[in-house]
Design a protein around this ligand. Structure first.
Ligand code: GAR
Length: 221
């Protein structure tokens, strides 16, 4: 059998081939969110290729986790570059080399410049361990615990120019019980984070997130 050039019918498995979204996780610390995402991608729960870890801290536990999961690591240290723009340009080169379509911040303890944010507008998401706009910053769980709130939680949002500020994608509440310690609350928050981040990433991949000003509509597929 032969086919005219360009008219070969596609084979069934070619039609079935699903598009995978190339993801980069940016992290500076332990990497439990990184691991949750890597596990879900490996198990096929996310139609994603976790193509890259961008890390700015050579001592971060997340580096070892990425190596063990076979994810490429870009260690980019701020102190190796004279200006923030040089540091970010080095990151951009990695993102382009790996055709990254979604940037997932998971404990990346560094503000991205307005130039970087506008280049990847609505393609960067962040997770925060509190119900924004309350308890912004790098101690969201501790600040909420010490304030004495009865309910705290987790927020996933698009990143804009301000810290922990962009349009909110999903939030999930976590109750603070009288017998909770900071450690037990942290454990509950992290468990919630791992679930919520996967839901948000899945919605992004499915093209179901429609940001309109401060609001993000979640549309049906
Ligand atoms: C997470 O709890 C995340 O919400 C927080 O850093 C932690 C990283 O944990 N991010 C922020 O506080 C951002 N303002 P992980 O390294 O185990 O994923």
């Amino acid at each position: 059998m032969y086919f005219l050039r360009g008219l070969r019918p596609s084979l069934p498995h070619e039609d079935d081939k699903e598009k995978m979204t190339n993801i980069a996780v940016f992290a500076s610390g332990r990497g439990t969110n990184f691991s949750a995402i890597a596990r879900a991608a490996k198990k096929g729960k996310l139609k994603a290729n976790l193509a890259l870890l961008v890390c700015d801290n050579p001592d971060a536990g997340v580096i070892e986790k990425a190596k063990r999961s076979g994810v490429k690591v870009a260690l980019v240290k701020r102190e190796d570059f004279p200006a923030k723009s040089d540091f970010e340009n080095a990151i951009i080169r990695y993102l382009e080399e790996n055709t990254i379509e979604l940037i997932v911040l998971a404990g990346f303890m560094r503000m991205l410049s307005p130039e970087f944010v506008s280049r990847y507008r609505n393609k960067i998401i962040n997770i925060h361990p509190a119900i924004l706009p309350s308890f912004k910053g790098d101690k969201g769980i501790k600040d909420a615990f010490e304030y004495g709130v009865k309910v705290t939680g987790v927020t996933v949002h698009f990143v804009d120019e301000k810290m922990d500020h962009g349009p909110i994608i999903l939030q999930s509440a976590v109750k603070v019980e009288d017998n909770d310690t900071l450690e037990s609350l942290e454990a509950k928050i992290h468990k919630t984070e791992h679930k919520l981040y996967l839901q948000a990433i899945k919605l992004f991949i499915e093209g179901r997130l429609k940001p309109e000003g401060r609001k993000v509509r979640v549309v049906n597929p």
